[in-house]
Design a protein. Structure first.
Length: 368
């Protein structure tokens, strides 16, 4: 059986190196914030025609001069295009920018699909007019016994169904202040989650186990943030939801290992803390691997067959699960054992110092 404790400094070194790389990337590169946080506009188009996300991405980036879309998501026939505001834009500049982007995209989409882009309000107005005309036609047809119009056609027309071309379904403005408030809320949620985990693990096990669990969680989240910063992946609200999910999942394997450590500590008389940690990790290894692999298979399939919005949620979870397995198995147990050994050594050193002081005091008293 491989002794994890003998190689603990290698695992600690890997964990520290990954954290340092993540911190450096966060400091010098920062995040590629989506409009959910940086502010911007989100345009939702319904496109009736064959297209791919790459087609729309190229078209959008070519249409918006000097600006790239922060994210483009495809869900069936709908496409959501998000374009961020520049920093320090005034309200008037943001309104002008929004109108300019809308006009540029309208021109580009009309050229791509060969049909005018219908605004949602315009479409609804036209649908109402057509529905009224259809009702008159149905009434006339019934009066003359001509089946030129039917209630089904009337219903389809009244719904304003798009049969060809492109329709702008909505244009949403996301102010920078709303994005900043969202970022603060996300940070507080993460902190509260960590505080709750620390309290629970401390009550359930001990304070040392709680601190080790929090260190592992910080390690997992920091590396996840570093990956997104290093590779310039878009950070949106789905990412925040995924991070909170990773916090809950990562603590799962850690609690299982800590529970086995507690049981083995109670029944052990001669084993060191390192031996207890190593045995506990291997006793729960099969369970940890099975849980991780089955979860990865499920989330992996969601990522493969899912739409863009689902992929944006699944990818950070996949990264978090892999990193969480590493920290739970190769970091938390060895770190707990090292912490307890250090506490025992410190206690012995303190006792020895007190004994030496008492002996010195007794010797001085005898000399007097």
């Amino acid at each position: 059986m491989f002794d994890i404790m003998k190689k603990k400094w290698i695992f600690f070194g890997i964990a520290i190196a990954l954290c340092v790389i993540s911190i450096v990337s966060l400091i010098f590169q920062g995040f590629n914030l989506d409009t959910d946080f940086s502010g911007g506009i989100a345009l939702t188009y319904e496109i009736n025609g064959e297209f791919t996300t790459q087609d729309i991405t190229s078209l959008v980036n070519d249409a918006i001069e000097g600006k790239k879309a922060s994210s483009i998501q495809k869900a069936g026939s709908d496409v959501i295009v998000k374009v961020g505001y520049d920093k320090n834009m005034t309200d008037d500049e943001r309104a002008e920018f929004s109108a300019s982007v809308k006009e540029s995209l309208t021109t580009a989409l009309e050229g791509k699909f060969g049909a005018p882009v219908v605004d949602n309000e315009t479409q609804n107005t036209e649908a109402t007019v057509e529905a009224t005309a259809a009702r008159d036609e149905v009434a006339a047809a019934e009066a003359t016994a001509l089946p030129s119009a039917t209630p089904d056609s009337l219903e389809a027309t009244s719904r304003g169904t798009l049969t060809s071309g492109v329709r702008l379904k909505s244009l949403d403005d996301i102010s920078p202040s709303s994005g900043q408030e969202l970022a603060r809320s996300a940070m507080w949620m993460a902190l509260l989650a960590c505080a709750g985990i620390l309290i629970y693990v401390t009550i359930r096990f001990e304070f040392t186990s709680g601190c080790v669990a929090i260190i592992a969680l910080v390690h997992d989240v920091l590396i996840l943030l570093g990956v997104y910063s290093l590779f310039r992946m878009s950070v949106n609200i789905n990412f925040i939801a995924a991070v909170l999910t990773v916090l809950g999942y990562s603590i799962n394997n850690t609690i299982v290992i800590m529970d086995r450590i507690r049981e083995n500590t109670r029944h052990s008389r001669k084993e060191t803390y390192g031996e207890i940690a190593n045995n506990s990790i291997w006793q729960t290894m099969t369970r940890s691997i099975n849980t991780t692999v089955t979860t990865l298979l499920t989330i992996g399939m969601v990522y493969i067959i899912g739409v863009s919005a689902i992929k944006a949620f699944a990818l950070p979870i996949i990264i978090g699960i892999v990193v969480g397995f590493f920290s739970s198995v190769f970091v938390t147990g060895p770190l707990w054992a090292t912490w307890r050994d250090s506490a025992v050594k410190a206690k012995k050193a303190n006792s020895a110092a007190k004994a030496g002081a008492c002996l010195l005091y007794t010797s001085d008293a005898a000399d007097e």
